[in-house]
Design a protein around this ligand. Structure first.
Ligand code: APR
Ligand code: ZN
Length: 271
């Protein structure tokens, strides 16, 4: 298992390598918690083949300027750059991707009543595909593509067919401007999702932040808010985040490797 983990040193740190100690510590936190929630970012879907945004050369924002492709004012002026981005990377990645063991572990925890919600920044729908039922999508989703003019609603597949003939795709009903229900830069996050997330943040006694660089607000503030309301915090991320210093458990590890181990602890299994 090629990953480094820095256990939070303290009295009674379990024996073994730093990785083992960090994982044992995180498993203990999971076992001892009653209201666990997960907060996820693009990293949890990386092992499903969906590129992340900013953590490596092949990440999305290394190739596309978010201010051009997913910024609302730019989109309203000219939607073509977004639709080319959608055709080049989004559509294939989201339709071909399948949940990985990280998504499945969270769904298993929820099914056993050991995880109350997944708050996600992701728009790929992989949590729901893995079986998670209470998924709070802070940044919307690509499932529904709506018309800004007549408010018609279409599936991604329907719009993909229109895109084969015309870019940007006109609304089939009124010829107007189509836009997915994804939150673009410059747009407000969905109020209901924010309110549901805030309620979970207050109620939880453990938040597991997974696969997020924790740099995009207001979502990135949620782990700190959970800590401030008395919860414990586990961060599972392959690289450092600005909130590592707040973590009670810190695993610099692939989500697909570590989450099954945390799920086993939650379900009282020793594996
Ligand atoms: N397991 C765990 N962590 C991983 C893995 C993995 N297999 N692969 C990558 N990571 C980590 C990276 O180290 C990185 O820190 O996941 C993190 C992904 O960070 P970002 O690419 O910034 O994605 P995210 O935090 O979800 O971005 C937030 O930014 O552009 C917006 O709307 C977009 O929702 C997105 C938001
Ligand atoms: Zn329309």
């Amino acid at each position: 298992m090629d990953w480094t983990a820095r256990p939070k040193e303290g009295p009674g740190s379990p024996p073994g390598s730093p990785e083992d100690r960090a994982l044992a510590q995180a498993r203990g936190l999971v076992r001892d918690s009653a209201h666990i929630i997960a907060f996820t970012g693009a990293g949890i879907s990386a092992e499903s083949g969906i590129p992340t945004y900013r953590d490596a050369d092949e990440s999305l924002w290394a190739k596309y300027d978010p201010e051009k492709v997913v910024q609302i004012d730019a989109f309203l002026l000219d939607p073509a750059p977004f639709w080319r981005f959608f055709l080049d990377v989004r559509y294939r990645a989201v339709t071909d991707a399948r949940p990985n063991p990280g998504h499945t572990a969270l769904a298993e925890m929820e099914a056993a009543g050991r995880l109350k919600a997944v708050i996600t920044q992701n728009i790929d729908g992989l949590h729901q595909a893995a079986g998670s039922r209470r998924v709070i999508e802070l940044h919307g989703n690509t499932r529904v593509i709506g018309c800004l003019d007549c408010h018609g609603a279409y599936s991604m597949e329907e719009v993909y067919l229109i895109l084969q003939k015309e870019l940007p795709p006109p609304c089939p009903r009124c010829g107007g401007r189509l836009k997915p229900e994804v939150v673009f830069y410059g747009e407000q996050l969905p109020e209901l999702a924010l309110a549901e997330a805030a309620a979970e943040i207050i109620a939880c006694d453990l938040l597991i932040a997974i696969g997020s660089s924790l740099r995009v607000y207001p979502a990135a503030a949620l782990p700190e808010q959970a800590k401030a309301s008395g919860a414990r915090l586990i961060i599972v991320n392959k690289t450092a985040t600005p909130y590592d210093h707040l973590a009670d458990g810190l695993l610099r590890a692939p989500a697909g490797v570590v989450l099954p181990a945390l799920a086993a602890a939650a379900l009282g299994r020793s594996d």
